[in-house]
Design a protein around this ligand. Structure first.
Ligand code: TRP
Length: 366
């Protein structure tokens, strides 16, 4: 069996540090590992429309932002296929068939969708059927690429479970056709859920607590110096401080390596020594923040430079997206053909259907 990756993002905004540590960085590692036969990234614009039907312009604008973010972190279009969901009609057809294999009761139990319904106010306003069923469309995304590995955040586990159930049901009814996918979750706890600079649950545009990959050095510095929480009880440098729940240390957990100490803060060999000092007292928040800013700058400045390079050649970016999407059209059409064949509804691919119809008519005529 081939090793095929599919992963995806809704293009609803520029990507930030949370995306970077939680998924982008690993995608680049997976891409460069040589362990996979195919790697696909889907820009899920149709899925984004399920809760943005009144604002397609936002989705359209962010397609280019998301592609630029991919390219600037090192996604290489020679190795990874980047494609746009709405241009893959096979996904729509697959979704339509899979919807028959799922009950509304089962869809209502999806914890991620439940939480999203609350967050978006759909509980009061009424729930768009498209949004309610997006896990089925996501199962279509995954199976259309024959993906066996799906790198996602923890919140996507219910989608994978739903996809696996659909695959099992499909294969049981129509015969072995679809590949059973598996989720791949990041191991590092802090990388899995990097909080916003204010320490709130997640980075989110509406909370203004993000550091975007495309932010300039001044903005990054401002977010950290102006908004990042430390330990509210650590008032004087000499006071003992807490590192748990201290956002600066949470970010250091996610980003810092021993090499960063040698480079920027040689007083300590590693993060444990630095934390020790902070807890004991005598290490100021300013020093910690300055260290974090240096590390983030080292991470972000090459990304920023790459972005600027691609931004100056949008034609090339467009061509990458178009080529990736054309390739994905082929892949997903092939799966749809296989699915229709398994369901025996491939009427126009198989002319022998005429003979079957003839026989049927003969039988009914005797
Ligand atoms: N639902 C995913 C998210 O919000 C995005 C997505 C769409 C996806 N289709 C996918 C992820 C297929 C993995 C595979 O992050």
């Amino acid at each position: 069996m081939k090793n095929i990756i599919l992963t995806g993002d809704r293009p609803t905004g520029r990507l930030h540090l949370g995306h970077y540590v939680g998924s982008l960085k690993r995608r680049v590692e997976l891409q460069n590992s040589g362990l996979y036969d195919e790697i696909n990234i889907l820009i899920a614009d149709d899925q984004a429309l399920t809760d943005n039907a009144d604002n397609p312009d936002k989705i359209r604008d962010n397609i280019i932002n998301v592609v630029l973010d991919y390219l600037s972190v090192g996604i290489d279009p020679e190795k990874t296929t980047i494609c746009v969901q709405s241009a893959l009609p096979a996904l729509h057809a697959l979704t339509f068939y899979y919807l028959n294999l799922v009950t509304t009761a089962r869809l209502s139990r999806n914890p991620t969708v439940k939480a999203e319904i609350q967050m978006r106010g759909f509980a009061d306003e009424g729930l768009p059927a498209g949004f309610f069923t997006y896990p089925v469309s996501q199962a279509a995304d995954i199976t259309a690429f024959d993906a066996n590995v799906v790198p996602v955040g923890e919140d996507q586990l219910p989608m994978l479970e739903q996809a696996r159930e659909i695959v099992e049901k499909f294969n049981k009814i129509y015969g072995e056709t679809l590949v059973l996918p598996k989720a791949m979750i990041p191991e590092n706890e802090t990388q899995r859920r990097l909080p916003g600079v204010d320490g709130k649950a997640k980075m989110s545009k509406s909370l203004g607590n993000c550091i975007y990959l495309s932010d300039d050095a001044k903005t990054v510095k401002k977010q950290i110096n102006g908004k990042m929480f430390t330990d509210p009880q650590h008032l004087q440098i000499s006071d003992p401080g807490h590192t748990e729940g201290n956002v600066v240390f949470t970010y250091l957990d996610a980003f810092c390596t021993n090499a960063h100490f040698a480079e920027f803060l040689p007083d300590y060999a590693n993060l444990e020594e630095m934390k020790e000092h902070y807890r004991r007292g005598g290490l100021g928040d300013g020093t910690c923040k300055k260290f974090l800013i240096s590390i983030l700058e080292e991470t972000l400045s090459p990304i920023r430079a790459e972005r600027a390079r691609w931004e100056s050649d949008i034609d090339a970016v467009y061509d990458i997206l178009r080529a990736g999407t054309s390739k994905a059209v082929e892949t997903t059409n092939a799966t749809l053909a296989r699915v229709r064949k398994a369901m025996r509804i491939n009427y126009f691919e198989d002319r022998s259907i005429i003979r079957q119809w003839e026989n049927l008519l003969k039988q009914t005529n005797v």
